[in-house]
Every structure is written in C-alpha cells, then in structure tokens.
Design a protein around this ligand. Structure first.
Ligand SMILES: Cc1ncc(COP(=O)(O)O)c(C=O)c1O
Length: 452
C-alpha cells in the first residue's frame, strides 16, 4: 500500500502543471477581474529576503512568477471571500453507509454500551492495526487513562512524553498522580526526538515506567528503534496514535510494536464515531481488564459487587455502528488527505519561506492535518496568515503548543532543545478535511500566496 501511494505522489508533474494552469485560467476568465486590480501588487523580494527551507533547499520563485501568483491570488480572494462558505480544519466526513448501519442498530434495539457493532468494530480495528486485541472506548483520552492504569502507574511514578501533543494525550498522567516529564521533538517532523529519549534513558538512574510517543498530525516515528529501546530499558511503550489511524511505517500500522496503542475517533479525526477511541494491544488479558475497568469494574454475579473502582468508558453500540461505516472508507479518506497535502505543496512550494513536514521513506502518513511553517522574515508570520485566513472564512490553527510551555506544567521537567518552541512559533495547521475540493485547497493557498 505504501509503495503504491508513493508512486502516485511522484507522478504529479503533469497533474501539477494542469492544476496550476487551471488555477490561473479560472482567474483570467472572470470578467470583473480583468478590468480591475483591487489590491496593489506586492513589493519585489530581494535575494537576501528569500529563505532556506528545512531541507536547505532555497524556496525561491522567480520574482515575476511570484508577483503574478500573488496578484492572481488577491484577485481570486477579492472575488470569492464574501460569498464563500466557511472552511473548517477537519470536519466529519460521512459516506452515507453510517446512517444505514445506525438504523440497523436502532432496529435491533442495541442502544447500549454493548452490542454487535461494538464487537464488529473491535474486530475490524484489530485487523486494521494487525494487533489482535482491542477495547472500543468512549475516547482516546479514556484509552490512555486505562493504559496507564493497566501499567500500574501511580503517585510518584514518572511517565515520559513528547512535549508536542494535545492535552488528552498527557492529562491522564495527572489523573493517576504520576509525574510527567517532557522530551523534545525533531525540528522537521515535530515527532519525539529519539536521540533525546535514548540519551535520557542512558542517564536516568531508573527508567520511567512508561513512555508515550505521539504520532503528530499522522506522522509515525521509527517503530524498530522504539522497540529496541523498550527492550533495552524495560519501559512500557504507549503509542498515542490518536491522529494516525490509517498511517503505516514499514508496512505496519502506526503503533505496531508498542505495548499499548491509543486511537481516537473524535469528531475532528480522519474517521470518527462522533466521539470515541480504542485501546489496542497484543496482550489479551490487559484488554480484557480494560473492558472490565471501562464498565465500572463490576465483578461477575447478579448483584453489583466491586473490589476496585472503574469508569464509564465503553463505546456505545450506536457510535460503533458509525465507526464500522467509517472504516469502510478509511483508505479513501487517507488517499484524499494525502492528495490535499500534495496539492498544498504544489501550490505553495514557490512561496518563499513556506515549508512542509517531510515523510520518512518507509512511512505512509495519513496526513490528518497538513501543517506549514512560515520562516522568520518572510514578510508575514503565522498569526498574520491565521488572521487573513479567518477573514476569508477559513479556519486554521497554530500547531500544538508544547506541554512544557503550558501553565499547567510550569514545574514539569523538560529535556530537549528549542525545536518545539520554534515549531509552535512558526507552525500553522491548514484545513485538511477529506471532503475538501480542489477549489477549496486553491482558496486557502490563494490567501497565503497573497501575503507573500
Ligand atoms: C495526540 C492526541 N492524543 C489524544 C487525543 C485524545 O483523544 P480524544 O479526543 O478521543 O479523547 C487526541 C485528540 O483528540 C490527540 O490528538
């Protein structure tokens, strides 16, 4: 699958030329735009102002082309903005089958946190991940909480985590009274820096009980290296794959070598159950225990007997029916997000100072969200771009703020350099929903191009 998709990406030259021509042709054919130029042309940029991309390659467009693109983009915006519908970052994308399956669930009256769709969803997720045991849960956060509880994490235990993540990917550490320690990320991918992890493991008097890696924006870290580190140092590896459903590394699904994998089906994810998540593991007993804890830890028997406390964390049969429908189109959704990512690259690659996150050669990322970085001295910054997009009815968002910079974690330990700070300062998430059309992507790209 990975090979196939990469081939398609590399064959974009003709298509790119066609798309670009179509973009400009569209604007030229609009009569109102040929007669007026509503915005002044941008200043030419001197060589000194041109930026180096992350790869060291110069991100340079010939000044004439850049001016033309910028002018075209401004005309495009002038014509479209006031009448355009709002573009969201990552709205749900239903296929239509979900409604049929939900009706089926209604007809059978399994309106409960158990039922045939829950079991079916779990089996299908196991097949997707290539990992045999799955508990379908109410959220990814719940899945992480259960993983920590199953590891026996308690007050005073250290849990190490990548600093760039969403709060749901670390808050459960606090639920258990454990101590979060944050680690730096790679400058280009924003994924946990495995050199920092290895260095810290080598220096620690005692390794942490658990390490959480985060598959940021659908990218996947080096699975083999993480497996080797976990074997050598004896920690539990929890892969927060909330954002990487449908991503692969070396032909294996995201999180494959981890002790526990967290999935999220929140409304903004690549596939959704409106709200939901899953805990995935090779350890069947652990997943059985997760099911027990997620249904209030009720001991077997007619009356309610409790030796420990649990949670109300199970996924409902109705939500699972939506999930079964969404899994049918996961491959299409991944292909669509990757197409959108490639289209952004093609339209914005000539804008000086804009760069994208790379994909390792053996990784097939689902490109859940396309993120760009806007280098300093580009003439506009992340906030200017965000406000311009907002004015054009387009939602965008800064990349995750590093956890060690959150007031909540002001006293937490951090090991790493300033890569996360820089990524946060310059990084912006662009609308990436799989239902976006070619024109939608062009609309976003036009707003950014106009700032150059
Ligand atoms: C990286 C990461 N971890 C954890 C979560 C939590 O998942 P949920 O919203 O399903 O609780 C999310 C997303 O929502 C996430 O993006």
């Amino acid at each position: 699958m990975a090979k196939h998709a990469r081939k398609a990406t590399n064959r974009t030259t003709d298509k790119e030329t066609g798309d670009r021509a179509r973009f400009f042709r569209f604007v030229r054919t609009m009569p109102v735009l040929n007669s007026v130029d509503p915005l002044p042309l941008p200043r030419r940029r001197s060589n000194a102002q041109l930026q180096l991309g992350r790869s060291g390659r110069r991100l340079v467009a010939p000044p004439r082309l850049l001016d033309y693109r910028t002018r075209t983009a401004r005309l495009w915006i002038g014509a479209h903005v006031s009448t355009s519908r709002r573009l969201l970052l990552s709205p749900p994308h239903m296929s239509g089958r979900e409604e049929v399956l939900v009706s089926e669930a209604f007809a059978s009256n399994w309106i409960a946190p158990i039922g045939p769709f829950v079991s079916r969803f779990e089996e299908q997720l196991a097949a997707l991940c290539g990992i045999p045991h799955v508990a379908a849960l109410s959220s990814g956060t719940a899945a992480l909480h259960l993983a920590l509880r199953l590891c026996g994490i308690g007050p005073g235990d250290e849990v190490w985590s990548a600093t760039m993540t969403f709060i749901g990917g670390v808050a459960p550490i606090l639920y258990e009274g454990a101590i979060p320690v944050f680690l730096g990320v790679k400058r280009d991918t924003m994924l946990l820096d495995l050199d920092v992890l290895e260095e810290q493991l080598a220096q620690a008097q005692q390794p942490p009980k658990a390490v959480i890696t985060t598959d940021l924006y659908g990218l996947v870290p080096d699975i083999d290296r993480l497996v080797a580190l976990k074997r050598r140092y004896g920690f539990v590896w929890i892969s927060d794959s909330a954002e990487s459903v449908g991503s692969y590394c070396g032909g294996r699904h995201a999180g494959h070598g981890a002790d526990f994998v967290i999935l999220s089906f929140n409304g903004n994810k690549i596939i959704t159950t409106s709200g939901g998540g899953a805990l995935v593991s090779h350890d069947g007993e652990a997943i059985e225990r997760a099911r027990f804890l997620s249904t209030q830890a009720r001991e077997p028997g007619a009356h309610y007997e409790h030796r420990t406390f649990g949670y109300n964390y199970r996924l409902s049969n109705i939500s699972a029916a939506i999930g079964v429908g969404q899994l049918e189109v996961l491959a299409e959704r991944v292909a669509a997000r990757r197409r959108i990512h490639d289209h952004y690259r093609m339209l914005l690659s000539a804008v000086p100072g804009i760069s994208f996150t790379p994909e390792a050669p053996d990784v097939l990322a689902n490109r859940w969200l396309t993120t760009i970085e806007i280098a300093p001295d580009t003439g506009f910054d992340r906030e200017k771009a965000r406000h311009a997009l907002e004015a054009a009815q387009i939602e965008s968002r800064p990349v995750w703020k590093p956890m060690h910079r959150q007031p909540l974690f002001a006293t937490a330990r951090y090991h790493g350099d300033d890569a996360a700070d820089l990524a946060f300062t310059f990084g912006l998430c662009l609308p990436s929903g799989s239902a976006m059309t070619h024109e939608d992507v062009e609309r976003v790209a036009a707003v950014i191009t106009a700032l150059a």
